[in-house]
Design a binder for this molecule. Structure first.
Ligand SMILES: Cc1ncc(COP(=O)(O)O)c(C=O)c1O
Length: 381
């Protein structure tokens, strides 16, 4: 039986986060999830029902519905004014946008620089394409910002791409304009592609988002999604933006991969994009309040040190306790709170825990009581 599985399948491991969640009981306080505890807005839900009832249930264009691509291009004009629908392709979530980019760019033996700690898809996607993921490190002492001198040292003739993610999951690190420019310069000098995962660019709690999209198109694939912005993770609608020449190649792979993104859900997403942003603003204000509570509570725990996230909805405290992050998260889980061990995001995530604040203020307060109690029972190094 073992022999029938491809080498790429054997090289992949089940995500550490999934394993933890499977062990959780139903009444646990969930601070582990990478999805908001909100519903899609009413306009989007109504448009979805209407699209299904109006018969928009068939295949659509491989690159996505023109009306949605146009609306996305218009929304991206906040970053650069020359984006048009030919620069945009709709995908089945950022997950598929990332995979289709990997399949379009990575060859066997290529090296791909990935953040460590980093979102759980990047390494497996490289492996699935026969490429080698090479880690660059995100450290709290650098505000979890990629360090250009480290990246420069890792670039070899085999390097094909650098994957970046800002605001970042799990660290909540957020690059500034100078960081973005420095990485973009490396990509141009070495003829690399930057795959820039910006799925949290609408969840900015402080400061301004610095995008990779507003530079040289030829070296950037900008990845985004409606999962986080509109709290519609299960709808699987995302998009990417890049040069027209790159879109030509990406759409070949996309056709053989999913034929087209889901049609009725694209109609619903279009309605969400056209709706007033009052509800989104209210949600952002609420997330900020939750962020302030969780960061304060975490920093009040002896041996914890948590940077204040300026984007996304994760707190990623460093701990000095004499335990590894997997065992620590397991103890917290047994006490009734789900969080993710830092090591689930790479070796450099060890010594951290990830708490998502996509939960009510009451639950965050209750959860932090429990975490404090568990932490108090473990000795500090
Ligand atoms: C950094 C990052 N990229 C991509 C994704 C996947 O998003 P989607 O639901 O659009 O596939 C996530 C989801 O947690 C994420 O955190």
């Amino acid at each position: 039986m073992e022999d029938i599985f491809a080498a790429r399948t054997k090289r992949l491991e089940v995500s550490g986060i999934r394993k933890m969640f499977e062990l959780a009981s139903e009444d646990s306080i969930n601070l582990g999830l990478g999805e908001l505890d909100f519903e899609p807005i009413d306009e989007a839900k109504a448009a979805l029902t209407q699209a299904v009832n109006d018969g928009h249930n068939g295949y659509g264009p491989t690159r996505g519905l023109s009306a949605l691509r146009k609306a996305i291009a218009e929304s991206l004009c906040k970053y650069r004014t020359d984006v048009d629908m030919e620069n945009v392709m709709v995908t089945a979530g950022a997950t598929q946008g990332l995979l289709v980019s990997a399949m379009t760019i990575f060859d066997h033996g290529d090296e791909v620089l990935v953040p460590d700690p980093g979102f759980v898809l990047y390494k497996p996607h490289a492996i699935m394409c026969g490429a080698f993921p090479i880690s660059y490190h995100l450290r709290q002492e650098n505000d979890f910002i990629p360090q250009t001198d480290e990246i420069m040292e890792l670039v070899t003739p085999q390097t094909k791409a650098i994957i970046v993610n800002s605001p970042n999951n799990p660290t909540a690190g957020m690059m500034g304009k100078d960081d973005v420019k420095a990485l973009r310069d490396i990509a141009i000098d070495h003829d690399l592609i930057i795959i820039s995962d910006e799925v949290y660019d609408n969840i900015i709690l402080e400061g301004e988002h610095a995008t990779m999209l507003n530079g040289d198109y030829d070296h950037v694939i900008y990845i985004n999604s409606f999962s986080k912005t509109f709290a519609m993770t299960g709808w699987r609608v995302g998009y990417l933006a890049t040069s027209k020449a790159m879109i030509e190649q990406l759409s070949k792979i996309q056709y053989y991969n999913i034929a087209c993104p889901p049609t009725p859900l694209q109609h619903a997403t279009l309605a969400a994009l056209g709706a007033p942003d009052t509800e989104l603003k209210r949600r952002l204000a609420l997330l900020k309040e939750r962020r302030d509570i969780i960061v304060k509570r975490l920093n009040d725990i002896d041996g914890f040190n948590c940077m204040k996230p300026r984007g996304a909805f994760y707190a990623f405290p460093k701990f000095d306790h004499d335990i590894d992050s997997q065992d620590f998260a397991m103890k917290i889980l047994e006490a009734g709170v789900i969080c993710a061990p830092g090591s689930a995001f790479g070796k450099a995530g060890e010594g951290h825990l990830r708490f998502s604040f996509a939960n009510s203020k009451e639950n965050i307060e209750k959860g932090m009581e429990i975490v404090e109690k568990v932490a108090g029972q473990i000795s500090i190094d």
